[in-house]
Structures are given as C-alpha cells and as structure tokens.
Design a protein around this ligand. Structure first.
Ligand code: PMP
Ligand code: GLU
Length: 402
C-alpha cells in the first residue's frame, strides 16, 4: 500500500512542519558524524553547564526520595518560589493556584494553545516569531496572523500594526521579549503602548514568553502583564532552560488567570502529568539562590554578541541588527538571493542555510522558519573561537557567490 494513497500518519502530522531549529541541529550532527568539522550555530542552547548548586540540589532531592509523581501543576514548594519570583522580578502578583509547571516552556505554550483555541480562531504572532509558535497554533486549527517588523524597525511591531490586525476572531496575541530569533527587547513604554490597544479587546488573551528574561543586555526587563488594562488576561511564560542553562532538564512554568491555569493543568494531566520531581526541587533552589552564575553567563553572551555583530558587519551585503537580549543574531541576507556558485543559485534563506552548511560547514537556521524569509539566524551561544571561525567561513563562502 502506497503511503500516498493511504498515509500511515494522521492529518495533523501531515499538515505540520518539523521544527527547523531541531532539523538543522540534526543535519549538523549528521555532517559532523561523517568526519567534518562542523560549527553548529543552529540550536538555541547555552553552551554552559547548569550551575553546580542547582545540580547539587537535584542530587540531594533524588537521595531524599523525590522519585515519585508530583501534583500535575507542580510541587507546592516550586510553585511558591515562582510566585515570589514573579513578584520580585516582574511586579506580577499571582496566587499559587495560578502557577502551572510543565516540561519546558514549550509545553506551557502548547497547553495554553490547546486550552484556548478553537478552529478558526486567530492568533496574532509578532513576526519574526519563535518557530514553534506557528506550528503549535496551527495544530489547534487556529490561524496564525503574522504582524511583521523588519530589521529597519529593529524587528519590533508597533501598536498601530497590532490594532490593524485585530478582528472579532482574534483570541490570542503571542510573542517573546527578549525575542527569539531577533534578540529585540521591547521597553516598558513599547509594551504598554501595545497593551493600551489590547485593553480595548476583552476577548484577547495575551501570552508573554519571557524565557530570555535574564539574558538581557539593556538592563531592564519589562512584563506586559503588569499593565492594568490586561493584567487579568495575560499569561506570563518562563522557564529554566536559558537563564540557568537547563535545556535538558525540561522545566518551564506559567502564571495565568486561574481558569486558564486549571484548563492547562487538566490538559497536562492527560498528556504528561507533573514535571519530573527532583528537577522541580532543583528549580526551586535555582529561583531562590544567588544569581551570580546567571549574570556571568549573560555577560559572556554580551561579549559574544559584540564579537559576532562586529564580524558580521564586516561581511558585504548583510544588514545586521544589534540584539539586545537572548543569544541570536538575525542578519538580513537577501542581498545574496539570486547569486550562484558552481551552478547552484541561492533563491532564498533556506538555500543559503543549506549552502553554508555544505560549503562552510556552519549550521544556521533559515529565517523562513521564523516568518522572516530574508534573514538567517545564528546562535551565539558558542565559544568565541568557534564564533570567530564560523564568521570567517561564512564570509569566505558568501564571497564565492556571484
Ligand atoms: N520560547 C522561546 C522563545 C524559546 O526560544 C524556547 C526555546 N527553547 C522555548 C520557548 C522553549 O523552551 P523550553 O526549553 O523551556 O521548552
Ligand atoms: N528554542 C531553541 C531554538 O529556538 C531550542 C530549539 C527548540 O526548542 O526548538 O533553537
């Protein structure tokens, strides 16, 4: 039986795209396994290890018997630490029952979308958006509505653009600041101007993904959820992966309106149950202890940001923004579209990402996956030596295109 006439997988899977970040990371691993020296700037993952005191807390939790199921929305101790974190860092007030802990911020976003969206609902994505937002929204049958901002406006959407995109079907607005993939950081004033627009639309839930909060080079992080006009219908998502270098621990959390927190816990109770027990114990320690290791990682990222932006700016034809947070550069590479090497023409950013992997052995991610087909994403969560060499190779490979 042909899989064309009788597809073995569901319509859901057939209609969804594989995560481009994960796909490029795997292509880089495959090429490296064939003996090439590949520099992977594809996956957004701190190259640092989790700070020792957090690892220690997990080991102690294991020894203390934290090896069992936990309540679905999380251990009370961690949820309480999250309440205090939101108050301390963000000026957000939540009751412990409004906190849901999940297997990564990714699951938080999936929970929220599944809990809220029906077929045909519209979700405004500030574009460039993080790759998984688009696909998760589509999986629910809802429609992503991309509100786009290019490099000339520092990749930040304006309140006027948001106002224009709202229709009676708009159910959600979803964005990250600091932003993956652009590194743009919305100021409090910018967020409040957007919130002023959203305040007039009671049916809209605002989802603010703040997972890069601690990787911020401008000093002040603002949470849109403090705006009085929308605070009762804003969900603030965060996690441990980036700020504490805990990607593999799979731990994220949200603070949400009580009805939505309950709906998310109901969904999670069927899919995965509570996040892993000893990881949650360590998470509580991460949120309540000295943040010096986090600030050291942030400072290293800032240094690498300066290095990468400086090197990319020396490559003719690239338009390079200055990321104010996270660990991604997102140059506009469209000057190279239409150019060729050895009979191969670069039609778009997908082609360019493939060309750079094949020719320079540098893995990046096409901006197309983030709704910005004129750009390329490079993670600078890599060593300074690798970043310098990667930029040298990129410059050389681009120089061959004519
Ligand atoms: N949101 C954004 C903007 C991200 O870049 C990521 C990447 N990991 C996530 C959410 C998911 O984080 P987690 O690893 O906690 O699932
Ligand atoms: N968020 C990271 C990225 O954008 C990790 C990969 C993923 O979760 O998709 O590269």
């Amino acid at each position: 039986m042909s899989s064309d006439t009788f597809p073995p997988v569901s319509r859901l899977v057939r209609n969804m795209n594989e995560s481009a970040t994960i796909k490029m990371a795997q292509m880089a691993r495959d090429l490296a396994a064939r003996g090439h020296h590949v520099i992977s700037l594809s996956l957004g993952e701190p190259d640092f290890d989790t700070p020792d005191h957090i690892k220690q807390a997990a080991k102690e939790a294991l020894d203390a018997g934290y090896t069992k199921y936990t309540p679905v929305p999380g251990l009370p101790e961690l949820r309480q630490a999250i309440v205090e974190k939101f108050r301390r860092d963000n000026g957000l007030e939540f009751d412990v029952n409004q906190i849901v802990v999940s297997n990564g911020a990714k699951q938080c976003i999936a929970n929220i979308c599944l809990a809220l969206l029906d077929e045909g609902d519209e979700v405004i994505l500030f574009t460039p958006y993080w790759v998984s937002y688009y696909e998760i929204v589509r999986m629910t049958g809802a429609v992503p509505v991309c509100v786009a901002a290019g490099v000339e406006q520092d990749f930040k959407v304006t309140p006027e653009q948001v106002a224009e995109a709202i229709t009676p079907r708009t159910r959600m607005v979803l964005f990250s600041s600091p932003c993956n993939p652009t590194g743009s950081v919305y100021s409090k004033e910018e967020l409040y101007a957007i919130a002023d627009v959203l305040a007039g639309h009671e049916q809209i839930i605002v989802v603010s993904d703040e997972i890069y909060e601690y990787i911020n080079f401008v000093g002040s992080h603002a949470s849109i959820g403090t705006h009085p006009g929308i605070k009762d219908r804003t969900v603030t998502v965060n996690g441990f992966a980036k700020g504490f270098a805990m990607t593999g621990w799979r731990l994220g959390y949200m603070g949400a309106p009580l009805w939505l927190a309950k709906a998310c816990a109901k969904i999670q109770g069927q899919f995965t149950s509570g996040a892993n027990a000893f990881g949650q114990k360590a998470g509580a320690v991460a949120l309540t202890s000295d943040m010096t290791p986090t600030w050291q990682m942030r400072d290293a990222f800032r240094k690498r940001r300066d290095l990468v932006v400086g090197l990319l700016r020396q490559i003719p034809g690239l338009k390079v923004n200055v990321p104010q947070g996270a660990f991604y550069a997102f140059p506009d590479v469209s000057d190279y579209f239409g150019k060729s090497f050895n009979g191969q023409t670069i039609r778009n950013a997908d082609d360019l990402a493939e060309y750079l992997l094949a020719e320079a052995h540098v893995a990046t991610v096409s901006g197309a996956a983030f709704g910005a087909p004129e750009c390329l994403r490079l993670s600078f969560a890599a060593s300074e030596a690798d970043l310098t060499e990667a930029c040298r190779r990129i410059k050389e490979a681009l120089g061959k295109l004519g």
